[in-house]
Design a protein around this ligand. Structure first.
Ligand code: ATR
Length: 290
């Protein structure tokens, strides 16, 4: 193993295989090492993939160390996606739109490239589960970094309309105006009551991570509404319980999106497309056993 050490960060790489990692804080419960190791086995790729806990203030030096040691690529998760965006010398169009990066790779010339695969991950999971975006009335709840990553890719699928509803209305307005289109609008969660119901309702808030639910009116749901919570847990999320309790036909969590965004990162790095469903099934069974 080769390594570079600093006061509180020590990175070791596998000397034989191509090295990848996910960096974040916290990172201990990340599923990414399992997902990418499964993809590598499935596609006969010789890679090593680890989770690296990066203390506050050390993100840029952690990336630099990983790269100098010969690392090939990184996934970036909370809270460093915006830092990763700022570190890149070149960005894909979807990363530029999201202003956040979850996938990095390094050129021989020292260039750092970045992409955001969250949106494509969500779209693939919606497609896998027969949830149609094209021509649909979409409600997105939340206006933080997670929603910024999915807005552009959802819009490209030509929905009838997208309404962004956020507790802090100004953030929803800013996000809606980042795509200048007359079928994208914004409101506060407290005015959702007047907006009718929606075909697809996506919860992009972080409230579920604390077991909380935004104060949503049941009028947003019809029996044909498909609901999607971008987070997941070992039990059904409070948002999905609420949606089903109010008659939604479908309520999915973000586990499929997690695996699909990873599959896109893997493809960027290795040029091979892995199959996601088997990995989703294993993770789902593990969650049930917890
Ligand atoms: P992330 O990167 O996960 O999106 P973020 O950028 O901090 O994190 O955004 C969190 C989002 O969840 C915001 O839209 C936030 O609403 P505010 O902008 O009003 O803060 C939303 N959120 C978090 N907890 C919430 C709660 N209990 N009820 C409603 N919205 C909540």
């Amino acid at each position: 193993m080769s390594s570079v050490e600093s006061s509180s960060l020590e990175i070791h790489l596998d000397p034989v295989r191509d090295n990848y990692a996910v960096m974040g804080n916290p990172i201990a419960h990340s599923k990414s090492p399992f997902i990418h190791t499964s993809f590598a086995e499935q596609t006969n790729q010789s890679i090593s993939y680890q989770a690296i806990h990066v203390p506050e203030g050390q993100f840029a030096s952690a990336v630099q160390q990983f790269r100098e040691l010969g690392g090939k690529g990184l996934n970036i998760t909370v809270p460093y996606k915006q830092d990763a965006y700022r570190l890149c010398n070149s960005l894909t169009i979807r990363a530029q739109a999201a202003m956040a990066v979850n996938t990095l790779w390094f050129g021989d010339d020292g260039q750092i490239s970045g992409d955001n695969t969250d949106g494509v991950g969500l779209l693939r999971d919606l497609l896998n589960n027969c949830i149609q975006v094209q021509g649909s009335k979409i409600l997105i709840i939340g206006a933080g970094g997670a929603v910024r990553g999915i807005l552009g890719p959802l819009f490209e699928q030509q929905p009838e309309s997208i309404l962004i509803a956020n507790r802090t209305v100004n953030k929803a307005v800013d996000l809606a105006s980042s795509i200048q289109a007359n079928n994208i609008s914004a409101c506060g969660i407290d005015t959702l009551e007047n907006k009718g119901n929606f075909d697809v309702i996506i919860n992009g808030t972080s409230s579920g991570l604390k077991g909380e639910l935004p104060p949503l009116p049941s009028s947003i749901i019809s029996k044909d509404s498909c609901c999607y919570d971008m987070v997941y847990g070992d039990t059904e999320t409070v948002f999905n319980q609420w949606c089903k309790g109010h008659g939604a036909s479908k309520a999915l969590d973000g586990l499929g999106m997690l695996v699909e965004q990873a599959a896109e990162s893997f493809y960027i790095w290795r040029g091979v497309k892995p199959t996601s469903q088997q990995v989703i099934n294993i993770l789902r069974n593990d969650l049930k056993l917890n």
